[in-house]
Each structure stands twice: as C-alpha cells, then as structure tokens.
Write a protein of this length. Structure first.
Length: 760
C-alpha cells in the first residue's frame, strides 16, 4: 500500500507521524524499551500531545533481532502473530555509550541512535545488513481508512529480494507490490495460496514480519531504496534474521518457525488421480491403475479427488455408493497392488451434507454476529466453514477422518482454506476474523496432520494447497491451479522457488497443468520437471492425465523419469533427511545455492535439487534450452543423462529430445545410484553404485545412504589419487555395490567396507 505521492507529498487526507527521536531508553535484562517521539523535543511544551511510539528490541532466537512497535497499547483486540515454536530466550548482550545503545544476539545486533535523528542499524558481525532510517518507521492516520503502521528497511545497491510466499510473479521481487493475503487465484496472477510475510535478501539476511493479519509490501516500489511493510492498526512487529548467507538465513528462519517433518519415502514416488470432474468409480480407477502396471509405469499413490463423495454434499466424508459400493474392499484390493491411497478433503460443509446439521447443532461452524451459522454459495451451495478454534469442532472433524483411515485411507489432500471471510463472522475463541484469514489454512492443515501423526506415525503426509508462515511444519504443499502451457509451467516453478526461499522444504505441482488439455510437448516436458521435483503428481481438471491418452511417447517419457527418480532415491531421501534437519529446502533457487555468483541472482528457469543436482526444465516446443553452470572452483559439471562434461562459469545452449533435459551433477559429487527402479521405498544400501563426478586428483568427497525409516544408515568417503579411487564405508554397511567414474564401472562387492579401484 502506498502512503506517499512521490518523494515529497502524502496521499490526500493522510497524516504521517514518523519516529524522529529516541527520547527515552530503558535498558532491561534482555531487551531495550524505547520511547520514540514523532517530533524533536526542544522544550517541555513539546512533550504535550502525541503521537509517540513505544518500541521493544529483543531476540527470540540467537541471530534474530525482533522489533515491536505500538502507538495505542490498548488500541486493538489481542493480536495474532506468526507461530514460533523454536523461540527461546537466548543470551543477549547490551552495550551503551553516549551515542547509541546496542543489543547483540549471537553475531546479530541492532544499534539505536540516541536523541534526534532516528536510526536503527542491523548488522551481522561488522557487516551492515539494513537500517530503519529517516521517515522509515511511521504511524499514519488516513481518515475513514483508519490508522496504519509501517516500517521501511533500506536496500543496498544491487541488493535483490526474494520469497514472500508462493508468488508466481517475477522471482526477483524488486519493484513489486505484494499483498500478504491468501486468495484462491490460480497461478496466473499476483495472488497467492500461500502467503508468507518473509523476504530473503541476496545480502544474506531475511526479514520476517511477525503478523498474522494482512501485510502490504512495497519492495523497492514506493521507495526505490527501501522495502516497506505496513498493516492496518496500532502496532507492528518484525524480525531481522542474520545469515551470513541466504541459506543460513533460511536455516535460522526455520529454526524459529519450525521445520518440516520428514515425509515417508513412498510419498516421493508418482501420485496419480482420476482428476477433478472426470468419471469416478472403482472400475475406472482400477482400469487406470492396471493399465499403468501393464505398461510398466510405476505408481506409488492413487488419489481420489472431489467426486469420491456425492455431488452437492462436499464434504460428507462418505463414499458415493453409486461408484464405490464396497470402499473397504476396494481399498484392500488397491493396497494389495502396492499402492497408498489419498483422499481429497476441504474444510467446508455443504448444506446438503448430512454433516451440516451435526455441525450446526454442535456449534462447529463459523457464526454470524447474531449467533447463526455463516453460509455462502461460493463453491458448495449453502456451505458452512468449520471453526478450527473450537476444540469440539476439531475432534468432530478428526473423528470423521479417523473413520476413513480405519477403512484403509493413507493420507489426505487438504484442498482450499483460502476463501475465509474476514468480515461478518465470529470465531469460537474470539479471534479477530481479519487476522484469522491467513492463519485459518495453517490451523486446518495442522488439524489434519496431527491426526495423521497420531494414527500413522512417521507415515504422516498431507498434500496441501494453502498455508501461512510456519506451514512448512505440515508437508507437503503443491502449487494449485495452473494452465496447460509452457508459460504456466514456468510460473509454477517461480512460485515454488519463491516458497522454498521461505523455508518450505517440499513442494510439488500438477504435472501437465490443471486447467485445459496439455499439448503433447507440454505434457512430456512437465513430466520431466515433475519427476525432478521433491514430490510428483499427475493431476488435472477436465481430462484424465494418464500418458497414453496424450500419445504413446508420453508413456516412454513417464517410464524413464519415474524410474530415474526411483534410482536417485538414495540421494534424494538423504537430501530430504537433511532438509528436515536443517530447514534448507530440497528444491532451491540458484541464488540460495550459489550466493556469490552474481549471474545466479535472477535465475528462475533452473534450480538445484539438493546439493548435487542442477535441473533446467525445457519450456520450448523445439527442445531448445539455455542453462547457466556456475563456476564452483572444483571442476566441470557432468550431464547425468549423457555423461557430457562442461566447465562452469558460462551459459550453455542445448537442444534436448523428450527423453532428456539439462540435468547436471556438481563437480566433486558422489551420487548414490540404486539398481532398484520399480518403487521409491526400497533398501537403499543394497545394490547401488557410487557414481563419482569430476573429483579432483588428491581430493575426497563424502557420501550418505539413507534407510526408509528416515535415518542415515551408511556414511563414507571416496578418495582419488591419480586414477585410483578408494571408497570407504565409515558407518553402516553396503551390499552388492560398486563405483562408477566417467561411465566406467568397478566390479561389484558383496559387502566389503572398502573398494579400491583403478578407473584407467
């Protein structure tokens, strides 16, 4: 939201009161409390009338500085903030001299200038991060629009900004206006299903605005050298998160707001659905499943979308008996085929649903101010919305899901959660509906994920569309409604990279696009992209997304890349274990992985999949693609599919058929590669090859092999001396394994702890 009219003027009817002077500073045990005046105090008469701003500087985690500012202390209802389950009481150090006062937390610090001339300066060690400067911190009154609080933090020359949730607009957010409000807008606009009030700087720090309600960001737009964030009301809080690298800032963010639990290994396989409006019955589902098996197309999860329930009754949590007369038997038969089963759900209950009357009687829905149930026709006729602030409603909703799990369902797709009214509704716990709008999706996913944890243990996983800051704690998330075009495929990737820049470890998207009918070229290129994402799902709206209905070559492409992902699972699942432990996402931007290479700052058509793999999806009919290979200083990049080696520090233009795409391995990497390609969850320590890529003479590189229970079962190193390679298992054991260098393979070893082999 813009408050000014250019450099000098304010918007008509607006009065602004900017922090001008730190008039009084109270240093307490672990915080600094500041009385900031909005005009210089020259004599006692200037202390009459306001406004004045009350600031508190503190630290919720080592390396994080929190700033909270308020005008009227009792000027608004109790506030809702970003969940911070990792918050602690870190040791802080406060210094004071005649000029300023400083609060240190780890390497992070904030310095407050005393007296006239407002300035907050944030540093990481001796390195300047950002400042709140002249006319940065402001309290604004805008007639009937009410009051607002804003802060503006400086940007350095060349500094670029990322994140702010799953944003499908340009990846670099400089110059954009971003409204931090969840909306069901699809991927082709500036709206977002997953708003996160966090931005990541190329200079290796992040800023988390600690607000639940709508926050408006002006990213080098209202003021070209500042990021402004504002909210309606009397207060504002934010955290400056030190790095010193972008990756380290994301790690610290997730240490504060929570990290993603490790999804089960089976969830990394291929998911398939009968799509949205297509025919739903056991015969149809079984036909597609059996045809996938006949064509040797590995499938891990079958998903039943909306019409597993009867029309006009979503949600009733009852199988439509016209298509599914024996759900328990059907689920047992599908499990016997080696499949997991996912069901679509949402938090809305149609008036026609038999659950509607139950929910009304129990008081389980959002209400109008007069006590009646709030209803709408937008989506399901007469629907109500479950109130997840009501403990009874949570138990009621979970009990219905528990019944489905007892039937044999394995997980749920938690769709919707964005169309939540901000006006004219009352929550059971009295929460402000404006501030609950974004948090609703978070609570919805938490309710479902907690039930799955209770019933399924480590096998818990959801497939969620909407969420908010800290929502990475309830994986997995997918990108929502995209079109069946190359352009939409690219915007989906931009959304995913923006979301993972906010600490979301796992992300997926609809292979082929959700809306429309994908042309064969789009479908096949999206298969490649989808199977080289953390999670992979075939899904669409009005047509079946099975490959043989597109063309026969699509079957070959799907087979190749599904089996490739399965063979990569020892590497991918080890990367997933690291993502859940550290908060560094599996799919990550080039900037996150190569922050010191300026050529990576704006790249949004390629990404890292873990530490070692660089993926560049193809977005053209012709197969032409450009990919940038950074200079790591360790040697050449190697194309995993062709074996071709290329030096880093340059752009490469390539042409790929549908069986290939740029998939490069970073120099100095050891990639555990499995013999098993029929399923994602297998014994990774048995029957694998350690593929060694551009390991320098005299150098060594580590490798890790996980187990499906989420542990690192094997650790070791590969050392090169001349053309002699030695692989040593330092922890655990490998069985029937070998080495491969430049396409040459060593003899297999049954179970030795070490292989020494000449690749000459």
């Amino acid at each position: 939201m813009k408050f000014t009219d250019g450099q000098w003027l304010l918007q008509p009817g607006l009065s602004a009161h900017y922090a001008c002077e730190a008039y009084r500073i109270d240093v307490q045990a672990a915080r600094i409390v500041v009385l900031a005046t909005t005009r210089a105090i020259k004599h006692r008469g200037d202390t009459l009338q306001g406004p004045v701003l009350s600031l508190t500087l503190s630290s919720p985690l080592e390396g994080v500085i929190r700033v909270a500012v308020a005008h009227f202390a009792e000027g608004e209802p109790p506030r809702l903030h970003v969940p911070m389950p990792g918050a602690t009481a870190p040791a802080v150090r406060i210094e004071e001299d005649e000029r300023c006062v400083r609060l240190h937390s780890g390497t992070a610090s904030v310095e407050l200038r005393k007296g006239e001339g407002w300035q907050l300066t944030f540093r990481d060690g001796d390195r300047l991060l950002t400042r709140s400067d002249w006319r940065s911190l402001g309290y604004l009154q805008w007639g009937e629009r009410g009051s607002f609080m804003h802060e503006q933090l400086t940007l350095s020359v060349g500094e670029t900004v990322y994140g702010l949730g799953e944003r499908f607009t340009p990846f670099v957010k400089n110059g954009q206006v971003v409204e931090n409000t969840n909306k069901d807008g699809g991927t082709a606009c500036e709206q977002a299903y997953k708003s996160v009030p966090f931005y990541l700087s190329s200079r290796g720090y992040g800023v988390l605005v600690d607000e639940a309600g709508p926050v408006s960001f002006e990213v080098a737009s209202e003021k070209t050298t500042r990021v402004q964030f504002s909210r309606a009301g009397e207060s504002l809080a934010y955290c400056v998160i030190a790095g010193p690298t972008p990756k380290a800032a994301v790690q610290r963010l997730t240490a504060l707001t929570g990290r993603a639990p490790l999804p089960p290994a089976w969830s990394f396989g291929l998911w398939m659905t009968t799509s949205f409006t297509t025919q739903y019955d056991e015969a149809t589902a079984t036909h597609f499943i059996d045809e996938m098996a006949r064509r040797e197309l590995p499938l891990a999860v079958f998903h039943f979308d909306c019409f597993w329930m009867r029309e006009f009754e979503w949600v009733n949590f009852q199988w439509d008996p016209r298509g599914f007369p024996d759900p328990e038997g059907m689920l047992a038969r599908l499990h016997a085929k080696g499949l997991k089963i996912s069901l679509w759900i949402n938090p809305y209950v149609a008036q026609k649903s038999p659950l509607f009357d139950e929910g009304v009687r129990g008081g389980f829905f959002l209400k109008r101010p007069d006590g009646r149930t709030w209803q709408t026709d937008l989506w399901q006729p007469g629907m109500a919305i479950v109130d997840f602030t009501h403990p009874g409603a949570v138990r009621w909703y979970q009990d219905h899901l528990r019944r489905l799990l007892a039937q044999g369902v394995d997980c749920f797709k938690t769709d919707f959660g964005e169309r939540i009214p901000s006006e004219g509704v009352v929550y059971h716990d009295g929460s402000d509906p404006v501030e609950m709008h974004n948090l609703y999706a978070l609570k919805y996913n938490e309710v479902v994920f907690d039930l799955l944890r209770e019933e399924k243990g480590e096998d818990a996983v959801v497939f969620a569309r909407s969420t908010y800051a800290s929502g990475q704690r309830f994986p997995v998330h997918w990108g929502g409604d995209c079109w069946s075009t190359f352009e939409s495929m690219a915007e989906s990737l931009r959304g995913g990279l923006s979301l993972t820049s906010c600490g979301f470890a796992y992300w997926s998207h609809d292979i082929g696009g959700f809306e429309g009918h994908p042309p064969p070229a789009v479908y096949k290129r999206w298969i490649q992209f989808g199977l080289l994402s953390s999670h992979s799902r075939l899904h669409g709206s009005s047509s079946y997304r099975v490959p043989w209905l597109v063309d026969e070559e699509s079957c070959d492409v799907l087979r190749r890349f599904t089996r490739l992902k399965h063979r990569l699972m020892p590497y991918l699942y080890a990367q997933a274990i690291a993502a859940s432990a550290t908060g560094v996402p599996m799919m990550r931007s080039m900037l996150l992985e190569h922050p010191d290479d300026p050529a990576c700052a704006a790249l949004d058509r390629q990404y890292h999949l873990g530490d070692a793999l660089l993926v560049a999806p193809v977005f053209t009919e012709s197969g032409e693609v450009e990919v940038y290979l950074p200079d790591t200083g360790r040697g050449d990049w190697t194309d995993l599919l062709s074996g071709q080696r290329r030096p880093g520090g340059r752009w490469v233009r390539e042409v790929h058929d549908f069986m290939s795409l740029p998939l490069y391995v970073a120099p100095g990497s050891v990639l555990p590669f499995s013999d098993e390609d029929s399923r994602p969850d297998h014994d990774y320590a048995r029957g694998l090859v350690l593929r060694v890529f551009a390991l320098a003479d005299g150098a060594s590189a580590p490798f890790e092999v996980p187990s499906v229970d989420g542990r690192i079962a094997v650790r070791g190193r590969v050392h090169r001396q001349g053309m002699r390679y030695t692989a040593t298992v330092e922890q655990g054991a490998l069985y029937d394994w070998g080495l491969e260098v430049d396409g040459l393979s060593s003899p297999r070893h049954a179970g030795a702890g070490q292989i020494t082999w000449s690749a000459a």
